[in-house]
Write a protein that binds this ligand. Structure first.
Ligand code: NOJ
Ligand code: CA
Length: 683
């Protein structure tokens, strides 16, 4: 007891608030490298483990429960004793093969806490590893090998985040039928229901936080469920098998993460989840080249052409060649052809068992198309829609990748169109089907199986209807992009169009998790039946800077793209791989302007997106190299235009010289955006 009191006194002197009222044992605490964030753990009066966090001496997270409920034994919640703890630190800078920035700094202090449960609670052992960064925290449960426990059957995880300061949250509902493709909501924090992560919160003192997870491997994704007030807890995506997660020991859970920043830029320019993932497991992945691509996609979404074979079949050899010609002429590296294979002919939603991944439609000659592509210096981008039937896909997976690799295809877009809970997985017995969730443990296993198989054939994967991104691109750099939010496709059908603030919300929510195949570049600004997008033309260009992906589509049909030669030239030039990226002006859900430097030249690009409110921004060009004069080509909303009428297409083009320290006044239209290229002087 004496020792505990001494420990408490020491912590108070050190400025770490120990929440003595709740802590029944001496808190074990650790601060971030510069002391900004201080995290403590202790046992409460019921010997339950709780963690809490102070930022600059003010409570950010109040004591929050940790542990698991199980389907086959006493819960891993009560009766703990802390048997010891260890500390470590890390400060490393590592290089990304591609990304928003080339170099990433990983700087943290670590605390590892060892626990054992009382004999009447099962005598089980568990460790919790915390990493405390200046701009966030992460922790994971580590279940060591132990005699009394060989397999953990997890009913649910009870990791709480009790947010102290009041504030506003941006979130989308977790666990609903449309997976991750719902509109984001903006509510007070205490009005969130059950949310997918990342959940973004701006606290009343201006602090920005985002709760998420890192390194989701062989485990279920979690939704963040509000218990009461501002107290949240994890709830794992379901499984057909009773336990939501089944794992043999030893194993580690994914990291539970929280980005913490003083402003919006600190939230966005934050590599917390990447740092908590394992290093590259694939070695040299220079066979993947960041790139831009086109496809026959928009016309199929609008209903002009069909995925299914028939008189309006989109994926014909002839049309593929036309698109390959256009790609070669305008500097696109890839052409995406969907509906090239057998199996689309019924109502494919719910009939994923019909898909073949090796047999082409009668009017599509894979060999002829890929030979033509090779001659043009362009690649065919492959497509595997599964309709959610992973039993059928996994059975053909190796053959499917082998076929594509044999004809030179090195990127495949996959798709899992099925309602939530509609993944059809193989069971143990022949013909047995297990219905799973897009974010359940089985589907998480499936995704890595696809990514690892693809890597074997030097193929990169772009997943649609995915599980959320948790930074696994660090370990598997061939998992280059995914959808996982409402993309451009929703604008193809007027009734479901994305609202004007959608993209400015994605920047601070979905995009925190990783690259998105949003598919910008609908320059005609219209979907089916000419229903307009909630966008100006400049915003379509700004999207290439606002929503990062190492693969960027120009989504419109080629006849439309051809009508906008100046914009097409910008899309040709804008990189998909950056040396550095900075949010130079932004506010969550309202606007976002980035400055990004090309990874392969000294050029900079600036641009981004606005919501429905016109605004004037003052941009400071502090990021440029001193002593250089850059030639700026500017694509800006013309004065007075709006996304609401035909003026949406008007762009004010300008060229001017800019230098470090210059200031630019930028007007953004309602539903507007901007893009500019700052060409460095030739060496
Ligand atoms: C939904 C995807 O998001 C879309 O891009 C694709 O074209 C269709 N599924 C068909 O696979
Ligand atoms: Ca989709």
């Amino acid at each position: 007891m004496k020792a505990n009191l001494f420990a408490l006194a020491g912590l108070i002197l050190a400025g770490l608030a120990p929440h003595a009222a709740t802590a029944q044992t001496a808190p074990v605490c650790r601060s971030s490298p510069d002391g900004t964030n201080a995290l403590c753990v202790a046992l409460d009066g019921d010997a339950r483990l709780r963690w809490w966090l102070d930022r600059r001496g003010h409570p950010l997270i109040a004591p929050s429960l940790m542990g698991f409920t199980l389907t086959d034994g006493l819960n891993l919640v009560r009766g703990w004793t802390i048997t010891g703890s260890e500390t470590a630190s890390g400060d490393d800078t590592w290089e990304q093969p591609w990304g928003e920035r080339r170099y990433v700094r990983d700087h943290y202090n670590e605390l590892l806490v060892h626990l054992v449960q009382a004999p009447d609670q099962g005598s089980r052992h568990m460790d919790v590893r915390f990493r405390i960064f200046d701009n966030g925290i992460g922790f994971r449960y580590e279940l060591p090998k132990q005699a009394a426990l060989t397999t953990l059957h997890i009913a649910d995880e009870v990791t709480e985040f009790a947010v102290v300061p009041k504030g506003t949250a941006w979130w989308e509902t977790g666990g609903e039928w449309n997976r991750y493709e719902q509109l984001y909501q903006k509510t007070p924090i205490d009005a969130v229901a059950t949310a997918h992560t990342p959940v973004t919160m701006r606290l009343d003192d201006g602090t920005h936080i985002a709760i998420h997870e890192a390194a989701l491997v062989d485990y279920a994704a979690y939704w963040l469920k509000r218990e009461d007030g501002q107290r949240f807890r994890t709830t794992l995506a379901p499984s057909s098998q009773g336990p939501r997660v089944t794992r043999d020991l030893p194993f580690n859970t994914p990291w539970r993460t929280m980005r913490i920043a003083d402003d919006a830029a600190g939230l966005v320019e934050n590599d917390l989840e990447l740092n908590l993932n394992d290093p590259n497991a694939l070695g040299d992945v220079s066979w993947f080249k960041p790139q831009k691509y086109i496809g026959i996609w928009w016309n199929m979404l609008k209903g002009d052409w069909t995925w299914a074979e028939g008189p309006r079949h989109g994926a014909t050899t002839q049309r593929a060649k036309e698109y390959l010609d256009f790609a070669a002429a305008h500097g696109f590296s890839g052409v995406l052809i969907e509906g090239w294979d057998k199996g689309w002919n019924s109502n494919w939603l719910g009939h994923g068992a019909d898909f073949s991944y090796t047999r082409s439609a009668d009017d599509f000659n894979l060999k002829a198309v890929t030979d033509y592509a090779r001659a043009k210096g362009v690649k065919l981008i492959g497509h595997h829609e599964t309709g959610g039937n992973i039993a059928n896909y996994e059975a053909q997976l190796d053959d499917a990748m082998k076929l594509y690799a044999s004809v030179g295809v090195n990127m495949v877009k996959t798709g899992y169109v099925a309602d939530a809970g509609g993944i059809e997985a193989p069971g143990d017995r022949p013909g047995e089907v297990r219905m799973e969730w897009h974010d359940g443990q089985r589907q998480v296993q499936h995704h890595l199986k696809v990514v690892e198989t693809a890597a074997k054939y030097h193929i990169a994967i772009d997943t649609h209807e995915p599980v959320k991104d948790t930074g696994l691109r660090r370990t598997y750099p061939n998992w280059v992009a995914r959808e996982g939010a409402r993309g451009m496709e929703y604008n193809a059908h007027g009734a479901y169009s994305n609202p004007p603030e959608h993209e400015a919300t994605l920047v601070y929510t979905r995009m925190l998790s990783g690259p998105m195949d949003f598919t910008p570049g609908v320059l005609s600004l219209e979907g089916d039946l000419h229903v307009p997008l909630a966008s100006t033309l400049a915003k379509q260009l700004g999207l290439y800077l606002a929503l990062y992906s190492p693969i960027q589509m120009a989504a419109d049909s080629i006849d439309h793209l051809a009508q906008y030669p100046r914009e097409l030239e910008f899309i040709r030039q804008v990189p998909a791989d950056w040396a550095q990226s900075h949010l130079i002006a932004g506010s969550v859900g309202e606007y976002a302007i980035f400055a990004r430097q090309d990874r392969n030249s000294a050029d900079w690009y600036v641009g981004g997106v606005n919501d429905a409110t016109a605004r004037t921004l003052t941009l400071h060009f502090d990021f440029l190299d001193a002593g250089k004069t850059y030639r700026a080509t500017i694509y800006q909303d013309a004065p007075g235009i709006t996304y609401l009428d035909d003026s949406r297409h008007r762009i004010a083009y300008a060229t001017r010289d800019v230098k470090k320290g210059d200031v630019l006044t930028l007007w953004l239209a309602p539903g507007g955006g901007a893009a500019m290229r700052l060409a460095a002087p030739k060496p």
